[in-house]
Write a protein of this length. Structure first.
Length: 332
């Protein structure tokens, strides 16, 4: 049985719930999200809080360093909830199977975050694909966010899939914006980060204004990764026409790997029988039964993001992967 399948089955609702206790035992618990300027904290967390409040579950949205901290928080606070990157959760639980027993995967169908890498205009022609990054390997300087961030976890995992990258050192900046700034200032070759493919986000404007070039983070090894027989990453086309984000690539879209947001809670079966356990089980049941639109933002940026992204398939995706394959085999 896979780790994630076990996590789902662990949260199966069983037995008769105690009547009249909804919300009473989980009052003032926490939803761990991300940085105070990020969408987890400003949008998805508050939306989840409001959904729960309608059922008299009282939760507080809490800022955090990101996915890795959130996983640790839920591991030590069983009634807490958290939003984490699916790949970060899979990596952490794969390294520590005992950790997987402490979680329940509530759902992971609300939205995807995508892997992005940017480099300078001077490097653009030499670093057109992730295959080029693999080919140059250890001669590159890579930078990302804090060591306990989801972006850092994703980069470590993706590096581990490549013999030429797995031993490449990574520098950790205090924030993703600082990492991008290091590329702008010529102190690093590539800045790597994971976020929603929302091209209206100020971070994309920073990239565009400083004439940085995107490197698609995708190859066959990344797309082969699965959890419970489900892809951990999905090839996604991000339309950026009109934003001039890919002016150096002369393209209207970027094909990169994206991973779902995982909504997790503590494992209710690890709690003693009683109101707290019963409430947590009912909370999980109600969140799983919700129509996905109830957990999706109504803001214009999210609607536009959905309209501007699509899963890459067929001949178009194969062409992208063949380009990556060729570049990875080149000798520089």
């Amino acid at each position: 049985m896979s780790i994630w399948k076990a996590m789902l089955l662990t949260g199966t609702i069983a037995g008769t719930l105690v009547a009249g206790t909804i919300g009473s035992a989980l009052a003032d618990d926490k939803i761990y999200t991300g940085g105070k300027t990020g969408a987890y904290y400003t949008v998805f967390g508050p939306l989840l809080k409001d959904v729960l409040a309608k059922q008299f579950f009282k939760y507080e949205v809490v800022a955090s360093a990101g996915s890795l901290e959130n996983i640790k928080q839920v591991a030590t606070s069983p009634t807490a909830l958290a939003l984490v990157q699916s790949d970060s959760l899979a990596v952490e639980t794969a390294h520590n199977p005992e950790l997987a027993k402490k979680f329940v995967l509530v759902r992971n169908d609300v939205a995807d975050e995508c892997a992005f890498a940017v480099t300078s205009a001077a490097n653009a022609e030499r670093l057109e694909s992730w295959g080029d990054v693999e080919s140059f390997g250890r001669r590159l300087t890579l930078i990302t966010g804090p060591a306990d961030s989801g972006s850092a976890s994703t980069l470590d995992y993706i590096k581990s899939l490549s013999d030429s990258l797995k031993d490449v050192a990574v520098t950790h900046a205090e924030s993703i914006d600082a990492a991008i700034g290091a590329v702008i200032d010529g102190k690093a070759d590539i800045a790597f980060f994971v976020q929603f493919p929302d091209t209206t986000n100020p971070r994309f404007k920073q990239i565009n204004d400083n004439k940085l070039a995107f490197i698609p983070v995708i190859n066959r090894a990344i797309l082969r990764q699965t959890v419970n027989d489900q892809p951990l990453y999905v090839a996604t086309e991000v339309k950026v026409a009109g934003m001039q984000l890919l002016h150096l690539r002369k393209s209207e879209k970027l094909t990169t790997a994206c991973t779902p947001i995982a909504y997790i809670s503590g494992n209710p079966d690890l709690l003693p029988p009683g109101n707290v356990q019963s409430d947590l089980k009912e909370l999980i049941q109600k969140l799983r039964a919700l129509n996905v639109d109830a957990l999706r933002p109504k803001e214009a940026w999210f609607k536009q993001m959905l309209e501007n992204t699509a899963h890459a398939t067929g001949a178009g995706l194969e062409s992208v992967l063949q380009t990556v394959d060729k570049a990875a085999k080149a000798i520089h």
